[in-house]
Ligand binder design. Structure first.
Ligand code: ZN
Length: 438
């Protein structure tokens, strides 16, 4: 029901002309110019069954890129440069960011002709292999520069991210439920039984388990995954839970992605197979590589894709000691600089949580731009080390029948529902405050 309501609202806003007004108003309100940064993860055919909203199908991604190319001035992250300091000083990462520094204008004020423009950048977090096999050909088709943030500890390895491992364990299992005990960050013990008896229950269990893993300590997270592995491994490949994504385009059998091998989305697809579209394992149930290799990262870089750092091991920097966090920030930069040749300037915070000391840490490590997962856009003199982004996935841009909806995507890019949600939050907190003061 909620999906229908959102879609109908988007259609009214888009085709009724309100979106054009909304965009004009936002651009006018921005100091100088606006930067919208889209945040993607995976481009593969598992998008509609993705419980964590990390995927978009190649078919929908192509439509999205066509839309942004037609409606925005798409720039590379490397083009978001800090302005030279007023008075002829040396450009500094401490200076506020500007989209206009590329003009070479020495003033902090943007040049007149660039005022009130809206620029857009496309980014991918985590460095998934499908960014190369599936996204790159589409990016090339529309001549869209993008940035891919990689976790160096996983590049070229068959090691998978913990949430992909979690998804694999639950999807492959035929157990009706799983029982789990864990410790919350405050030390309180918790115990719960997660229902896994149906496809819907499995998705709900995955969402809950992911939330638990996200909030507990790193050690506890590892412990939970070990318990799940012990309980669920060996119960695999007997209980198909989802069908293939309807309408998802596939390369003809035998054709290969730009890497010269069949894309993973194809390797893992078999109608009715629970593993369709979930590329953490192949048709034999073996783990396969999900992340880029260094050769593929280099090819992306040579194709104009900015390669940035996403830390070394994708640990949440708020969850580890400062010493460990600094190591993640510095070491990942050193490795990328060495492997790709050149100085990495862009960093994306794993998990997106930011504290002030982290900003100083990335600055002193030599990064000039850092991206968060804070939803929103950036205007005029934004802080280049706290760049907000908008998360994009399949469901945010399709109609209730799963087809690409220009209206839905346009509203997502402009943050229409984000604004509605934040206004709703403000009204709720105002009401709460009023109630409390009575
Ligand atoms: Zn990430």
């Amino acid at each position: 029901m909620k999906r229908y309501v959102r879609w109908i609202l988007a259609v009214i806003v888009y085709y009724g002309g309100a979106l054009a007004f909304f965009r004009w108003w936002k651009t006018r309100r921005a100091e100088g110019s606006r930067l919208i940064v889209l945040r993607y993860h995976k481009v593969n055919s598992g998008a509609l069954t993705d419980p964590f909203h990390l995927s978009v199908s190649p078919r929908v991604f192509e439509k999205q890129m066509e839309y942004v190319k037609r409606n925005y001035s798409v720039i590379a992250c490397a083009e978001i440069a800090p302005p030279p300091l007023c008075g002829g000083g040396v450009a500094s990462s401490a200076a506020k960011g500007s989209l206009l520094a590329m003009t070479g204008d020495c003033h902090c004020e943007p040049p007149k002709e660039a005022k009130q423009s809206t620029t857009l950048a496309v980014t991918f977090d985590d460095g998934y292999l499908d960014n190369y096999t599936e996204a790159l050909p589409i990016l090339k088709k529309f001549k869209i520069p993008a940035a891919v943030f990689v976790s160096t500890g996983l590049i070229g390895k068959e090691k998978v991210f913990w949430w992909d491992e979690l998804e694999r364990l639950v999807h492959q299992s035929n157990k009706p439920h799983v029982e789990l005990s864990w410790k919350e960050p405050d030390g309180l013990p918790q115990r719960a039984i997660f229902d896994m008896a149906s496809p819907v229950a499995k998705v709900a269990a995955l969402v809950e388990l992911e939330a638990v893993c996200n909030r507990v300590t790193d050690a506890e997270q590892k412990n939970i995954l070990t318990i799940l592995k012990n309980q669920l491994n060996g119960e695999t490949r007997r209980h198909p839970i989802v069908s293939n994504v309807a309408g998802a385009p596939r390369r003809p059998r035998g054709t290969a992605g730009p890497s010269g091998r069949p894309p993973l989305s194809q390797a893992a697809s078999r109608p009715g197979d629970c593993r369709a579209g979930c590329p953490a394992y192949d048709n034999n149930g073996e783990d396969v590589r999900m992340t880029l290799s260094w050769e593929e990262a280099k090819e992306l870089s040579d194709s104009g894709v900015t390669i940035g750092s996403h830390g070394a091991n994708h640990v949440l920097l708020t969850k580890v000691s400062r010493e460990k966090a600094l190591e993640e920030i510095v070491e990942s930069k050193r490795i990328i600089d060495k492997r790709l040749g050149g100085a990495v300037k862009h960093f994306a915070f794993p998990g997106g949580q930011i504290e002030d000391w982290m900003i100083e840490a990335v600055r002193s490590a030599g990064y000039e731009f850092a991206f968060s997962t804070v939803p929103g856009e950036n205007s005029g003199n934004f802080d280049p080390l706290r760049i907000c982004r908008r998360a994009i996935h399949e469901k945010i841009s399709v109609n209730p029948r799963g087809k690409f909806s220009k209206a839905m995507f346009a509203c997502a890019v402009e943050g229409v529902f984000e604004t509605v949600a934040s206004n709703k939050k403000q009204v709720t907190s105002r009401k709460r405050r009023a109630k409390d003061s009575v």
